[in-house]
Design a protein around this ligand. Structure first.
Ligand code: NAD
Ligand code: UDP
Ligand code: UDP
Length: 313
């Protein structure tokens, strides 16, 4: 049994990670300021003596004793991370400094939930880890993209300067149960719109692509990366290489929900990446990971979840 800290543990990915780690018999501390996360995501763990919840903002120091840290605290949806962009950068940068300082003091292994957004609007396709990316440093997405890039820099400087045991994963678009219905990301938007027979909002012409990973696959990849040898800090891509346009995604959601919704087009937000697909050869080679859940199967699970969450069955 290890003592494990999960920051952002009440969020979409964090709550699934808490479930897996508690089920594996670990002693878990979940830290969250509930900016985008919710108690509903973790309430089922409250009675468990090996689950502990602490309301805390990672931009402030945290003194606890743990063996491992998964640092997930950060809003992930463009709508939410752009609502208070200065706080988003603080969460990524000050949050990373505090969690790295904590890891240094207690000699814990620490994993950073980084993102495919470090590649920006990429010229290399699919994206490999040694591609440096094409990120606008002053745009509306920069608070998130540059915050996450700076967090990666801090992780690698603590690795080189203080010999910290670090792991960096670059997560590509992930979806599944417990996304917030008003989260604003494309999968939750399309499903909620389809289930309510409201207009499906495609931003731009819908030809931009994303690669969608089901949450269970993602969490498995993250935990496997945490278990790799200390001489492999990453960064490593985790995502599903299946690549779809937003028009294709809308069509699938409409078919799987049997919805009467019409597709409408809305303006494309600034700096919206045109394409995104992970090269996952490194994850396969280093820890034998690849995703197992197809987009259709994952969408079915997610649609079932939203039907219940919206009280539609
Ligand atoms: P989410 O918004 O559901 O979860 C983020 C959690 O962090 C929330 O519970 C929120 O309340 C908490 N949080 C935010 N600021 C905080 C702060 N200052 N102190 C403490 N807690 C704070 O998003 P998610 O999809 O679960 O993403 C989790 C992590 O994975 C994020 O770091 C995100 O950048 C990364 N990521 C997610 C995706 C994805 O597609 N889901 C893709 C790439 C990277
Ligand atoms: N820190 C923390 N918990 C700890 C140890 C450190 O939150 O258990 C914070 C501390 O506030 C500091 C940051 O982590 O600002 C970086 O710590 P580090 O020791 O690397 O740097 P220093 O304290 O020298 O600034
Ligand atoms: N998108 C869309 N309609 C929506 C929400 C998003 O067409 O209602 C598009 C968005 O412009 C982007 C893609 O879907 O091209 C993925 O957006 P999301 O916010 O989920 O994630 P990110 O842009 O960070 O990959």
């Amino acid at each position: 049994m290890s003592k494990i800290l999960v920051t952002g543990g009440a969020g979409f990915l964090g709550s699934h990670l808490c479930d897996r780690l508690v089920a594996a018999g670990h002693d878990l501390l979940c830290v969250d300021n509930f900016y985008t996360g919710s108690k509903a995501n973790i309430a089922h763990l409250y009675g468990n003596p090996y689950f502990e919840l602490q309301r805390h903002d990672v931009t402030f120091p945290l003194y606890v004793e743990v063996d491992q840290i998964y640092n997930l605290a950060c809003p992930a949806s463009p709508v939410h991370y752009q609502a208070d962009p200065v706080q988003t950068t603080k969460t990524s940068v000050h949050g990373a400094i505090n969690m790295l300082g904590l890891a240094k003091r207690v000699k814990a292994r620490i994993l950073q939930a980084s993102t495919s957004e470090v590649y920006g609007d990429p010229e290399i396709h699919p994206q490999v880890e040694d591609y440096w990316g094409r990120v606008n440093p002053i745009g509306v997405r920069s608070c998130y993209d540059e915050g996450k890039r700076c967090a990666e820099t801090l992780f690698f400087d603590y690795y080189r300067q203080h010999h910290l045991d670090i792991k960096v994963v670059r997560i590509f678009n992930t979806y599944g149960p417990r996304m917030h219905p008003s989260d604003g990301r494309v999968v939750s938007n399309f499903i909620v719109q389809a289930l309510r027979n409201e207009e499906i909002t495609i931003y731009g012409n819908g030809q931009q692509t994303r690669s969608f990973c089901y949450v269970d696959d993602l969490i498995e990849g993250m935990i496997r990366m945490m278990g790799t040898a200390a001489d492999f800090p990453g960064p490593v891509n985790i995502g599903n290489p299946g690549e779809f346009t937003m028009l294709e995604l809308a069509e699938k959601v409409l078919r799987l929900t049997g919805s009467r919704s019409k597709v409408v087009h809305r303006p494309l937000p600034p700096d919206d990446p045109r394409q995104r697909q992970p090269d996952i050869s490194l994850a396969k080679a280093k820890f034998g990971w690849e995703p197992k859940v197809s987009l259709e199967d994952g969408l079915r699970q997610t649609i079932d979840y939203f039907r219940k969450a919206l009280g539609l069955n």
